[in-house]
Design a protein around this ligand. Structure first.
Ligand SMILES: Cc1cc2nc3c(=O)[nH]c(=O)nc-3n(C[C@H](O)[C@H](O)[C@H](O)COP(=O)(O)OP(=O)(O)OC[C@H]3O[C@@H](n4cnc5c(N)ncnc54)[C@H](O)[C@@H]3O)c2cc1C
Length: 410
């Protein structure tokens, strides 16, 4: 398996690097002040990052998934907060439309999101439905020309600024879950910022209330009843993006820790000379390397799935109905991408949190202020073990895959 990238891909990543460097001080300032980094969208839009893996046909850059992951890896160095913006806007936002929307929907929504004119969010979680989305309470009713949507979502990333949201609700009569594309300026929508977060302070989460919100029939995403299938496929991309960002977090933790250990002197010598400090450093390096290759492998599996689906769509009329478990090739590729991204996310988030914890330890009291980059990584990494599938549930999912459906424990 080859994870090398071309000069063109490398050039793009160096553009990402430049924007990251230019935004570093403002991101740090916003983090301390617990406010949205308003420079992020305009600055990353200039290099096309807001449509990095989206087809050129819809205004994106059309980059492959590995290049997108390597971009997220670089962004992850600035923190999970900045990276989460892209996971939401692109991975569980635009990529859901790219994968499941019909041509009219893609033409209507994708170009404005790749340009950064419109921002996306993914609204699945509800107060009573977290790890188990099948228990969601939001409902829709067929009103002839439109669907009437009622319900409450919470923790929605980009929720305070999003213009377009994909959301999920149950048919009031049949209970089947469907997916919808919702314009956030529609009537019957209220949103409220969720305050007092532990970390991820430059991206905002919101509660979103659908209060008899009319959604045009043409905004049904995929087929009626296909909602959970779409949501679970979105989470494949979400998990991959989290894992990629974690590599960046560990890169930054390593650099910060090396610098500090080589400057700080206690008991007559530099921390870098102490064996127990060296153990922390080597654990960060080992963790980072293991996560890196797992994530790149998962990115390649996701790419194979993407290529298959795009080819299938070109060849098959009514592809949405046909792309299901009965299609053996699709089923195999999806399962592989699902498993590898799940394993990568589980491992990456546990290891990144451990690395950030070790870095804070090496910094001692200097790492215990939010102004320290390692402190920010510690606080932000905690969330990654909860969102895009809490790690316990992912562990069960990995075991069930090996044991078979009869042993499913979640
Ligand atoms: C910072 C942040 C950003 C988020 N962004 C979004 C977003 O953009 N869009 C969105 O839709 N949602 C978002 N979420 C919600 C997130 O996806 C959920 O928090 C997550 O799915 C877990 O659900 P829950 O919080 O309700 O926890 P619960 O489902 O109540 O789980 C609590 C604990 O129990 C464990 N658990 C649950 N079921 C089992 C089981 N069967 N066996 C063993 N253990 C189990 C879990 O692993 C977890 O440790 C976000 C959450 C956070 C914290």
């Amino acid at each position: 398996m080859n994870f090398d990238i071309t000069k063109k891909q490398e050039d793009f990543i160096s553009k990402v690097d430049s924007v990251c460097k230019s935004l570093r001080s403002v991101e740090e300032e916003c983090y301390i002040e617990d406010r949205l980094n308003e420079k992020l969208i305009p600055e990353f839009s200039k290099i096309g990052m807001l449509g990095c893996p989206i087809s050129k046909k819809y205004g994106g850059l059309g980059f492959d998934i590995l290049t997108y992951c390597k971009s997220l890896e670089r962004i992850g160095e600035e923190g999970n907060s900045m990276r989460t913006f892209f996971s939401v806007h692109t991975s569980i936002g635009q990529m859901v439309l790219q994968g499941w929307a019909n041509e009219d929907q893609k033409k209507r929504y994708l170009p404005e999101t790749t340009s950064g004119k419109s921002i996306m969010a993914f609204a699945l979680t509800e107060p009573e439905a977290g790890s188990d989305p099948s228990s969601l309470n939001s409902q829709y009713e067929d009103k002839g020309e439109y669907y009437l949507l009622t319900g409450k979502k919470h923790w929605i990333g980009n929720g305070t600024i999003a213009d377009i949201v994909t959301t999920y609700a149950k048919d009031k009569t049949t209970g089947k879950i469907s997916a919808f594309i919702v314009d956030m300026n529609s009537s019957g929508i209220r949103k409220k910022e969720m305050k007092n977060k532990m970390g991820l302070l430059t991206i905002k989460n919101a509660e979103i209330y659908f209060e008899e919100c009319g959604v045009p029939k043409q905004n049904l995403l995929g087929q009626l009843g296909q909602g959970l299938n779409i949501a679970y496929s979105a989470l494949i991309d979400g998990r991959l993006s989290v894992a990629a960002g974690c590599i960046g977090v560990m890169n930054d933790c390593l650099n910060e820790t090396l610098n500090h250990a080589k400057l700080r002197r206690q008991h007559g010598s530099l921390l870098a000379k102490k064996q127990l400090i060296q153990q922390h450093i080597s654990r960060i390096i080992i963790g980072k390397e293991s996560v890196k290759w797992l994530t790149y492998k998962a990115a390649c599996a996701r790419q194979k799935l993407h290529d298959y689906v795009e080819e299938f769509k070109l060849e098959q009329e009514g592809w949405q109905k046909k792309l299901n478990r009965n299609n053996t090739a699709y089923s195999k590729l999806r399962k592989e991408a699902d498993m590898l991204t799940t394993i990568a996310k589980f491992h990456a988030t546990n290891i990144a949190f451990d690395c950030a914890n070790r870095s804070v330890q090496v910094f001692g009291s200097f790492g215990y202020q939010k102004t320290a980059r390692v402190a920010k990584h510690f606080l932000d990494s905690r969330a990654t073990m909860i969102y895009e599938g809490a790690n316990e549930v992912l562990e069960l999912k990995i075991a069930s895959e090996a044991l078979g459906d009869a042993y499913k424990a979640y």
